[in-house]
Design a protein around this ligand. Structure first.
Ligand SMILES: [Zn+2]
Length: 193
């Protein structure tokens, strides 16, 4: 699938992805500054989780629908849960949201946040802050280390069943393939599970 990756949320440098499907523009994890790349066109927004650096671009967009997990949806409405207070902000998004699991191919991946989702669209995998190419996400910002350990175990099994050329599109840092993940990520190296 064709997509573009742009960097948002200033110094935090969040990966925001933009793609077209069935005549609609989709944006994954829009951090603030996204309006540099998208003007007034209507977009659907997919959120891997509810942290500030992945949602702070919502007010800049002409939003049609927003999709997020039920567990993380409350983070959109609470600066203490989306951690915008850490950046001296009081961020809330007041628009309506839909349950992403009902409309998209998702994998429950609690750990980084309780309602984190991995989203699969065609041949790409949006992993949010759960899996990066060379490590996994932290679990001390509203998440759970125990659940993260479970999630990593599950993902090891699941990713090994998928085409190794599928792209891992994480919420920060570099893009890689599933095959790279098994080569360079210590949490995914073959033989460890
Ligand atoms: Zn996060």
């Amino acid at each position: 699938m064709d997509f573009i990756m742009v960097k948002t949320s200033g110094f935090i440098s969040t990966n925001t992805y933009i793609f077209e499907k069935n005549g609609m523009t989709y944006v994954v994890d829009p951090g603030y500054g996204i309006s540099k790349y998208l003007k007034d066109e209507k977009v659907n927004v997919l959120l891997t989780h509810g942290h500030y650096d992945h949602i702070s671009g919502l007010p800049e967009l002409n939003v049609n629908e927003v999709y997020i997990s039920e567990e993380d949806s409350e983070m959109l409405h609470d600066p203490n849960k989306n951690f915008s207070f850490l950046f001296g902000k009081d961020f809330v998004f007041r628009g309506k949201v839909k349950n992403i699991d009902e409309y998209f191919s998702t994998i429950e991946s609690p750990g980084h946040t309780i309602g984190s989702r991995i989203i699969i669209v065609d041949d790409v995998i949006f992993t949010g802050d759960t899996v990066f190419c060379n490590t996994i996400g932290r679990s001390d910002l509203g998440g759970s280390k125990e659940l993260m350990n479970e999630t990593v175990k599950n993902l090891n099994k699941l990713f090994s069943k998928l085409d190794e050329n599928m792209l891992i599109l994480p919420g920060h840092e570099n893009i890689c393939k599933i095959s790279d993940l098994f080569r360079i990520n210590p949490f995914f190296k073959r033989g460890l599970v």
